[in-house]
Design a protein around this ligand. Structure first.
Ligand SMILES: *Cc1c(COP(=O)(O)O)cnc(C)c1O
Length: 377
């Protein structure tokens, strides 16, 4: 039997992922390595598929958020070095070592526990030290009065047996946001990072891989912030470059179909809560996608999708599995036609604004129910 027609699906373009990876690489200074962030199922694009594409073009490193994500890549045969950026309970040290996974170390206490775990397993755990220079999340705190103690604990951590401190990194809070104040904050974070590395160097501790540049920093602070490696996520998937500097292409095209079409008289209430009423005789289509697929309900009555050869405004509250669009001005559209929710024609950034969020969240929100189809578009 032929596979049943899908009510909604996400087309993932391998060509565009590779295009973006190449565009980012071309912007790097000579000798700078490239780490691709594939956490959160590669921002919804499929971690294994994306990692294999990046591996095929010699990407130097991959990064994920947690142990499960790292193990998923190893189980699929991905051989590229993998860094876990987030917290891993130290009891999993043997599992990290066995699978050749690099772990971020976020403080002296964690370093000591990883060291003990590695020694007990008679192995060596490869680690990257995380420095907190103003993100106020994970890492050795290296700001203000905590600076000296942060550096001291970093140096002590690097000397612990069973740990190989291959790298060191920090993470920016506002490198992607415009304005002088944000630039000042970002440059101060970078200054603290460099100062901590210099102080550690005086104590005899150096690192082969120093990295700090997320997508925002790759766009706005290169070559200065490139150091030994850059660490973008969002750019790989085609977003975050509002000025179009890198010529990136969206890699996901979220698709559905027109299920049925009906014509309503003026004054007809549409969907739950009656939040839309037709002003004219209206040809209304029902689309096979709703908030359970990741289309945010907050964007109800505020967004537009690409249908046929035009754009159709969405009308009424978005339901769990469906939503309605006004097709009055697109007379050629009929039941069965495809609709693009976001992708090359319907801008994800516009949908994110309508939902009062960021493109990251909408990419990650495309739910498990939506099959990913590898297909260039
Ligand atoms: C998610 C993440 C990144 C990638 O961020 P983008 O803004 O998507 O480039 C880089 N570094 C760390 C520590 C992260 O958590």
């Amino acid at each position: 039997m032929k596979e049943p027609e899908k009510r909604c699906w996400a087309e993932i373009s391998p060509e565009n992922i590779l295009h973006n990876a190449a565009a980012i690489r071309a912007a790097l200074p000579e000798g700078c390595r490239f780490l691709g962030v594939v956490k959160a199922d590669a921002y919804g694009h499929g971690a294994v598929e994306t990692a294999k594409l990046l591996e095929s073009v010699g990407t130097d490193y991959l990064a994920v958020a947690c142990l499960d994500e790292a193990l998923e890549l190893r189980a699929a045969g991905v051989k590229t070095p993998v860094l876990i950026l987030g917290h891993t309970p130290t009891k999993y040290t043997p599992l990290l070592i066995e699978n050749g996974i690099t772990q971020a170390v976020t403080g002296l206490r964690e370093a000591e526990a990883f060291s003990a775990g590695a020694q007990a397993a008679r192995g060596t755990l490869k680690v990257h030290m995380a420095l907190d220079t103003g993100m106020s999340r994970l890492g050795f705190l290296c700001t203000g009065e905590a600076f000296e103690q942060g550096v001291e604990e970093l140096v002590r951590s690097c000397a612990l047996p069973g740990l190989e401190a291959e790298g060191v990194f920090t993470h920016f809070a506002v490198s992607d946001e415009p304005g002088e104040e944000n630039e000042r904050y970002t440059r101060e974070q970078f200054r603290l990072f460099m100062a901590a590395l210099e102080a550690a160097g005086k104590a005899g501790v150096t690192f082969r891989l120093r990295h700090c540049a997320n997508s925002g920093a790759v766009l706005h602070y290169l070559p200065e912030f490139a150091l030994d490696m850059v660490r973008p996520g969002l750019l790989l998937y085609g977003y975050g470059d509002a000025e179009g500097k890198l010529g990136l292409r969206p890699c996901m095209r979220l698709m559905t179909r027109v299920l049925t079409v009906k014509t309503y008289a003026p004054g007809t209430a549409v969907s739950y809560g009656r939040r839309f009423t037709t002003q004219r005789e209206t040809r209304m289509g029902v689309l096979g996608i709703g908030y359970a697929d990741g289309l945010p309900r907050l964007s109800s009555n505020r967004c537009t999708f690409a249908v046929g050869d035009g754009m159709a405004p969405q009308r009424g509250s978005i339901c769990m599995d469906m939503c309605m669009v006004d097709l009055t001005d697109l007379p050629g559209v009929k039941a069965g036609d495809e609709a693009e929710i976001f992708g090359p024609r319907a801008d994800l950034n516009a949908l994110a604004r309508a939902a009062e969020t960021i493109p990251y969240e909408l990419l990650c929100a495309v739910s498990k129910r939506v099959p990913r189809v590898m297909k260039n578009f």
